[in-house]
Design a protein around this ligand. Structure first.
Ligand SMILES: Cc1ncc(COP(=O)(O)O)c(C=O)c1O
Length: 482
């Protein structure tokens, strides 16, 4: 038996903080410095040019080849980043944006999803997946997830479709790939748009194609915790020239482009937003893109080591890896997930987490709750306090039966979040192989001492075994948020 558990006064397996930080080198510095020296911070410009319709339909490669100093599609770094990203994923159009949250909203709006329309989303994701649906007054409808991939369970989608459904928004969560064959065939049968939330999965593939390019439009995030980053930022990708055109209009004050010849349908959703990506972010993004394979290999290597370290331990189940199984999916682990089995461990998850955090290993439990259990959704209060968008329809009539949300709706998501998830963020750069072995030693120590976990009282657990991201035991540099 190993030493006394740290939570009972023994020595922790580890005292040094884990380091999680973007992979950045002289290339980012050079790109940013160059832009600063050129006084190149944001060179978007509005347009009343007669050829604006041609401009709006340029592929990203064509737009990047232009030498214009100012441009409706952004400055030199923004247009080059778009072209390089489009080339990487194999799409005709990539549209840089200030975040994936706004990217998802713009993608929906560009696909014609509007007030009162319903969008099917998984119950479990980062909150932005659902809040993005609200921005143009559409209504999210939550569907439970698959217990192994954590992505939307396609077998439950059709039951959620109503006459108001306009789109399905699968999320490739934790770098796993949603079952795109099933989702695309349901969408086709019912005439629905598919918007992929690929925020956590750049580089992941389905049948050899990059996620984000399988549906009508896909969205990536470059927030600092993501595989590649621009600080804040995102990218919309599509092969559809009309969707690209509308995205470019929506995010850049597009309403000024229109005149009295434009119909209400053409005006819809083009309401004069500014969601543009600054040049310095695009400069960082271009340098980061060259590192995508390296950072993905880093996460994959660490995840594979953890998979071996945590295999065959009583009370922990490792979900099957898409990469190692015979599936059409090639996941890229964004973080590493183990599933806690309280009955075998003989103690609640909070006790295990408290003990593991005391050993110096930060571990999280995933999102605090399914998205529908956030007060915004439970109480259906978003725009104003009168129930919009659930009860304000574009035709002025109240929705006959707006979707209602309640705890208990999606039992798999609730079980994963409340009882089973153990999320290890520290597979990311710059955590080392030795760090993974430390995590393994700490987990095995706590598992060995599992019979003592039930002795932990409420006071010991408060604050230590709580839900959330698990920062305890980390240094100030570790601020993951998936
Ligand atoms: C699944 C998912 N969707 C959307 C987002 C939103 O991305 P951003 O922070 O770039 O707005 C995130 C970010 O964490 C995410 O994980």
């Amino acid at each position: 038996m190993t030493d006394t558990l740290a939570i009972f006064g023994g020595s922790p397996v580890r005292t040094a903080p884990f380091l999680v930080e973007p992979m950045v080198d002289a290339e980012e510095e050079r790109m940013v410095l160059e832009a600063v020296r050129e006084k190149n911070f944001s060179r978007y410009i509005g347009s009343t040019e007669p050829n604006i319709e041609t401009v709006l339909r340029l592929t990203s490669a064509e737009a990047a080849a232009l030498e214009d100093y100012w441009h409706f599609l952004g400055g030199t770094n923004v247009r080059a980043f778009a072209a390089e990203f489009a080339d990487m994923v194999g799409a005709r159009f990539a549209v840089p944006i200030n975040a994936a949250t706004t990217g998802l909203s713009v993608a929906l709006a560009s696909a014609g999803v509007g007030p009162g329309d319903e969008v099917i989303v998984p119950a479990m994701s980062f909150t932005a997946t659902a809040s993005a649906v609200l921005l143009f007054n559409s209504i999210p409808v939550f569907v439970d997830v698959d217990p192994n991939s954590f992505c939307i369970d396609p077998s439950l989608i059709e039951a959620a479709i109503t006459p108001r459904t306009r789109a399905i928004m699968p999320v490739h969560l934790t770098g796993n790939v949603a079952d795109m064959d099933a989702i695309l065939s349901i969408a086709e049968r019912h005439g629905l748009a598919v918007i992929e939330d690929a925020a956590q999965a750049p580089g992941a593939k389905w049948r050899g194609r990059h996620v984000g390019t399988l549906g009508d439009v896909g969205v990536f995030s470059f927030q600092q915790s993501k595989n590649i980053m621009t600080g804040e930022g995102g990218m919309i990708v599509t092969d559809d020239a009309e969707i690209a055109r509308r995205c470019r209009l929506i995010l850049n004050h597009g309403e000024v482009v229109f005149d009295e010849t434009h119909s209400p349908d053409e005006l819809a959703n083009i309401i004069g937003c500014n969601f543009r990506m600054p040049e310095l972010c695009a400069a960082v993004g271009r340098a980061q893109l060259k590192k995508l394979d390296a950072v993905n290999a880093w996460r994959t290597r660490n995840a594979d080591i953890l998979r071996e370290e945590l295999a065959n331990l009583p009370g922990l189940r490792l979900p099957p890896s898409q990469r190692h199984g015979n599936t059409p999916a090639e996941d890229v682990p964004h973080l590493f997930v183990a599933l806690y089995e309280a009955a075998t461990m003989g103690a609640p998850r909070s006790a295990f987490i408290a003990a593991l955090r005391a050993e110096g290993v930060p571990v999280g439990t995933g999102y605090v709750r399914p998205m529908y259990a956030n007060p915004t959704f439970l109480h259906q209060v978003a725009f104003g306090s009168e129930g919009c968008p659930w009860s304000c329809r574009r035709d002025g009539a109240a929705v006959a039966e707006p979707p209602r949300y309640a705890e208990g709706m999606c039992p798999v998501s609730e079980r994963l979040l409340n009882e089973e998830f153990l999320w290890f963020y520290h597979i990311a750069h710059a955590s080392t192989e030795a760090d993974m072995h430390d995590i393994g030693r700490a987990v095995r120590k706590v598992v060995e001492h599992r019979s003592e976990l039930s002795d932990l009282d409420e006071i010991a657990l408060s604050g230590l075994g709580g839900k959330g991201q698990g920062r305890i035991g980390t240094g100030p540099k570790v601020e993951p948020s998936a």
